[in-house]
Every structure is written in C-alpha cells, then in structure tokens.
Design a protein around this ligand. Sequence first.
Ligand SMILES: [Zn+2]
Length: 120
Amino acid sequence: MSERDPIKVMAELLKSGATMLPETCPVEGCNLPLFKLRSGEIVCPVHGKVHVVRTEEEVREVYSKTTLALLLDKVESTAIRVIDSLVGEPDADASEIIRWLEVLERVERLKSMTKGRPQG
Ligand SMILES: [Zn+2]
C-alpha cells in the first residue's frame, strides 16, 4: 500500500537478473532508469511495465505526433476564441469568420490523422 522505495525495487530487479537500460522511464517526472527483465519485458521500478520507444524513427514519430497534437490544440482554441469575438462584433468581416472556420475544419482533419487512423 505504502510507496515502495524505488532504490529497493531496483536492487530487487537486479538481483532477479534484470539489466539496467540506458533509457529512462517515459512517464513524466519519473526519469528512473528502466530495467529489462529476463522475460524481455521493460519495466520502471515505480510504474511497472512501460512502452519503450526503441528506434529513432519511432522516437520521431511519437515526438512529432505529440508536438502536432499540442499545436493543433492551441490553434483550435485560438480559432474558437477569434470566431467567438468576431461573431460578437456587429460589423465583423464574414470572410474572416469563414477563414477561421476553415482553420478549425483543417485542425479537426489533422487531429483525426494524428490519432493514427489511416486516411481515406
Ligand atoms: Zn517510471
């Protein structure tokens, strides 16, 4: 129930034949070294089994998808805010509203692509 001392867990892991890896836990704020069990599973002393990004390509893919998702979120909230303020103005430029709506539409499309669904 109580928190386990990660150092103790690491010692136990090493004793059981696990090897310490150069990679660290992908969980934010954790940064503990990962261990490879004899069974081949990769575990964090605190978080247990974790998904490790192995190849550089995978790293790039995960990174770019995360970055893109964050960026899209920002663009989306900006677009919504702008549309909201434009709609509130009595002499707002309709073409500008439409432009921002197009931005939103594109954001939605890109978002569905980053969720890993194949396009088409
Ligand atoms: Zn961890």
